[in-house]
Design a protein around this ligand. Structure first.
Ligand code: AMP
Length: 657
């Protein structure tokens, strides 16, 4: 496939903000993609060249991309920087220079999606000193092969990991469902009278000429209502009336051999069918963390193929996230009674995988940290009695002098440490606390109730010095939970978790299957989405940081304030302006004057005096006196505090006031 076709799709996606429209654009495009190119195309639509479970990133900063532009078009860097500042987007900058060069392009061979994909994979695999030049070559090779400046825009944006087409996971899931399964509707969308004729319309588009199935009930209703008109409608389309009793009818719902739309009389059946299709796609994604495999399976063999996709004990799963409640009563209201109550340990989360002799450890950001924790690997090898599994745990550090548990900041050093590992193992020993199980003996456990997953942990883990099953009670009694909460805090934990005993494990979702309770005026985890360069002694450093929380419904980051305190001048004193600037620089996507936009990547913990309502920021809230507490390297931007949580804390403040 020519890359131009993909670039056109990106551009269409960019031109609308409507979710349904975007879903439709992706779906109609995916329908047309050949099988052997589908995986590649799906990955590129997610803006990546490796699936979600892989921590391989393209890893080119905007600065390096600017150099690639300079190399490809022979423009000096100063001019590119000025242009970048003006247009605020390196994609647009690249497109501009590309269009200036376009005359000489007549004889160029078409740039294919395959070529773009191959070069990008090469870039992401490169490390070391010399790799920079090679990366520049690979990008400028692509830039000089485009037939249309639009392609250059999206090559640049893909390289810096900022595609800006607004295709989040939920949208891609719906698009795959719509591309490879029949589209299910109900009568309201079917019948529309246009100039006296009834027409079939879906999403305000006529679907004349399509293969359509209507259920018997709807056929009878239409016949009664429209008489002869109904025959006309039938003759304009290939309408088949079917007795649809079983909504799990695979043949019926699979797009091939050629049913385009299914119309049900009852909204509820239509809805149910639709959600069955979507949830089978979602489930397949939960298992694999790879939309490219999911799309291929859906195209190839519908439900049956999706259901066959297996979890792979080497590929990290997205972790399940938890909601927050302010009171034990509220938490019981969400997880039901009785519930499991556990310590909320203040360490970091590890996903432990084993297949035969290989043990691997992943952080919640899905980074492989096996090398950093040889002690965890050997404790697991000796004390978990199973050959193949995926387990979830919280690892806490121990203070060698006092024997007490260390707070997260101390142990976080071990995550980053790449050398002298043996020494850190001795300095900061750890305890592993298992709290969930997602796979056992090669079989997925994500659909079995939590109570059974817990039993599984208890049956395979032999507790010892460095290895425990999370402390846990089952109760429906608020008083007992209260005592347990106090006990947990007195041990230095962050709070407690309350879990629904019959809930499944939902990778990547923040569902109410587990609720965390911590002391109320807690700090927030926020994402840095922009910053301003400083003046005077801070010139050259980013000095004021624009903070955002996460909206889990829309997948967007909503601003909540600016922060300039708590950051140190010198790095010996803690997180410094210099360190933050270096950390954020690769993620800068736009520069305008002193202000930069930053791709959501860095999460920090922020303390504050109060949350206030505000029209100034997109979250609708503002923080009074925000102050940096620490970097949260273990968190992905989606793990940041949600706008719902913030609204809850805001409500609690007022209640008290
Ligand atoms: P939070 O990071 O505040 O969203 O709280 C959720 C995190 O608490 C999880 O991602 C784990 O890293 C950690 N945690 C500590 N103890 C437990 C536990 N018993 N069950 C689940 N998560 C836990």
């Amino acid at each position: 496939m020519e890359y131009k076709r993909l670039a056109d799709v990106y551009s269409k996606l960019e031109s609308t903000t409507l979710k349904l429209e975007k879903t439709d654009i992706v779906a109609r495009f995916l329908e047309t993609v050949e099988k052997d190119e589908l995986e590649m195309v799906v990955l590129l639509i997610t803006g990546r060249v490796y699936p979600g479970w892989s921590s391989q990133e393209l890893g080119m900063s905007s600065g390096l991309m600017a150099k690639a532009i300079s190399k490809a078009y022979g423009i000096n860097s100063k001019e590119i920087e000025d242009e970048w500042r003006k247009l605020g987007d390196l994609g647009l900058v690249t497109e501009r220079y590309s269009s200036k060069k376009s005359q000489s392009r007549i004889f160029i061979k078409m740039l294919t999606v395959q070529k773009v994909f191959d070069n990008m994979r090469k870039i992401s695999g490169m490390e070391g000193m010399k790799s920079q030049d090679r990366k520049l070559d690979l990008v400028s090779e692509l830039l000089s092969s485009v037939s249309n400046p639009l392609e250059a825009r999206y090559i640049a944006r893909t390289v810096i990991g900022d595609l800006r087409i607004g295709v989040a996971e939920g949208l891609l899931r719906d698009a795959i469902a719509s591309a490879f399964f029949a589209n299910v509707f109900w009568k309201e969308t079917l019948e529309q009278k246009v100039n006296g004729d009834i027409r079939l319309k879906v999403m305000s588009r006529s679907v004349t000429g399509k293969k359509i199935v209507v259920d018997e009930k709807l056929a009878t209703v239409l016949e009664k209502k429209y008489g002869e008109d109904y025959d006309m409608l039938k003759s304009g389309n290939d309408v088949v009336v079917r007795q649809i009793k079983k909504i799990s009818d695979d043949e019926l719902l699979k797009k091939e051999p050629g049913i385009d739309y299914i119309f049900f009389h009852d909204v509820s059946i239509g809805n149910e069918t639709k959600s069955r299709i979507v949830s089978s796609v979602e489930h397949a994604f939960s298992m694999t963390n790879d939309f490219s495999l999911v799309a291929l399976a859906a195209k190839d063999g519908g439900f049956t193929a999706l259901a066959k996709l297996k979890m792979n004990a080497n590929h990290p799963l997205k972790v399940m996230l938890y909601q927050k409640a302010l009171t034990i009563d509220d938490a019981f209201g969400i997880v039901g009674k009785p519930a499991a109550i556990e310590y909320k340990y203040d360490g970091f989360r590890l996903q432990v995988h084993r297949t035969d002799d290989t043990i691997k450890l992943f952080t919640r950001r899905l980074e492989d940290v096996t090398k950093q924790f040889p002690d965890v690997v050997s404790v697991v090898r000796e004390n978990v009695k199973a050959r193949s599994f995926i387990l979830d745990c919280e690892v806490i550090g121990i203070d060698m002098k006092t024997g007490k548990w260390l707070p997260f900041q101390k142990i976080s050093r071990r995550i980053k440490r790449k050398y002298d590992i043996d020494q850190t193992v001795r300095e900061i020993p750890v305890i592993i606390n298992f709290f969930d199980a997602m796979m056992a003996d090669g079989k997925s456990l994500i659909d079995v109730p939590f109570s059974e997953r817990r039993k599984h942990i208890e049956s395979v883990v032999s507790e010892g010095d460095g290895i425990k099953v999370a402390r846990h009670i089952i109760t429906d009694d608020v008083e007992k939970v209260n005592d347990f909460y106090k006990e947990s805090l007195s041990k230095g934990n962050e709070g407690i978790m309350m879990k629904n005993l019959s809930a499944p494990y939902k990778p990547g979702s923040r569902v109410g299957y587990g609720i965390k309770i911590k002391p109320t005026m807690d700090n927030l985890d926020l994402v840095i989405v922009g910053a301003d360069y400083g003046e005077g002694k801070r010139v050259g450093w980013l000095s004021s940081f624009h903070l955002a929380c996460y909206d889990s419904d829309s997948g967007e980051y909503l601003t909540i304030g600016k922060m300039g305190t708590g950051i140190k001048e010198k790095s010996e004193e803690g997180t410094s302006f210099g360190e933050l600037t270096e950390l954020l620089k690769p993620y800068i996507t736009e520069e305008k004057g002193k202000t930069v936009a930053i791709k959501p990547a860095v999460v920090i913990e922020v303390a504050f005096e109060e949350i206030q309502k505000s029209t100034k920021y997109s979250s609708g809230f503002a923080l009074r006196f925000p102050r940096l507490v620490r970097l949260r390297e273990d968190r992905m931007p989606e793990d940041a505090s949600t706008v719902d949580e913030i609204s809850m804390v805001y409500g609690a403040q007022r209640g008290r006031g």
